[in-house]
Design a binder for this molecule. Structure first.
Ligand SMILES: [Zn+2]
Length: 242
């Protein structure tokens, strides 16, 4: 729809001053949108007076603030770690604090809720990343394999053989099932999610050995083997942003 005019305005709300972009268009209602960077866009027809638009924004100010916070948190989760001392990392749904310890012997170790990186030069971010990645890769192998073993037990009754597991970095999916090759690929970032979220992905991929598509039968099987799959999926998508 054609934009007739655009202007940037400021309105006082109970939560403080709020800047917004007002677009005049031939629309029926007042439409409010919070962009991913937190900026506020409102479109309305020329007939709607500004005070009516601003009263609407004020009535929605709590929603706008929540949306902006949501997007900001999402950006933080999406950003790759900087591997600096004290940074928060995620592991199985819990926060880990990255702790850099000067040491002549280099290794990574979990101590309570701290991932300690013993390293000669704590300023060598590349090296910190390598040690931290190495630790995460080891956990991926252990945890994912354990979950696959457990899940496989549920699928023996369907005649599914123990698959081969591949762990990869993927930007658009949690896992995939190569049912003709008897292989399941899992996204290494799953290790950041709570265990039941990983179990859900593994069960989903196992179901593909029986139903390669996302048919009704597929979801019936997934529902039977993992009844809470919907909430696990929602939680996963909230916790780990690809
Ligand atoms: Zn699928």
């Amino acid at each position: 729809m054609k934009t007739l005019s655009t202007e940037t305005r400021r309105v006082m709300t109970p939560l403080g001053a709020m800047d917004y972009t007002l677009e005049r268009k031939k629309v029926k209602n007042i439409n409010l949108r919070v962009k991913h960077d937190g900026s506020v866009y409102v479109s309305a027809s020329k007939r709607v007076p500004v005070r009516e638009i601003e009263a609407f924004i004020i009535s929605r100010s709590e929603h706008i603030r929540r949306a902006a916070v949501y997007f900001a948190e999402r950006d933080v989760k999406k950003a790759p770690p900087s591997y600096t001392d004290g940074e928060e990392l995620m592991y199985l749904g819990s926060k880990l604090k990255l702790s850099l310890i000067p040491d002549s012997r280099e290794y990574a170790e979990l101590c309570g809720e701290e991932l300690q990186i013993h390293i000669r030069d704590t300023g060598n971010t590349q090296r910190v990343k390598k040690l931290a990645d190495g630790w995460y890769d080891k956990q991926c192998k252990e945890v994912f394999f354990e979950i696959v073993l457990e899940t496989h037990k549920k699928f023996v009754k369907y005649g599914v053989a123990m698959p081969q597991i591949k762990i990869r970095s993927m930007t658009s999916r949690w896992g995939s099932c190569h049912y003709t090759r008897g292989m399941i690929t899992l996204n290494r970032r799953l290790i950041e999610a709570p265990r039941h979220c990983i179990e859900h992905v593994v069960t989903h991929e196992f179901c593909h050995f029986i139903h390669p598509d996302h048919s009704k039968d597929f979801y019936a099987l997934l529902g039977a083997e993992f009844p809470q799959w919907r909430s696990a999926k929602a939680e996963l998508e909230k916790t780990v942003i690809l």
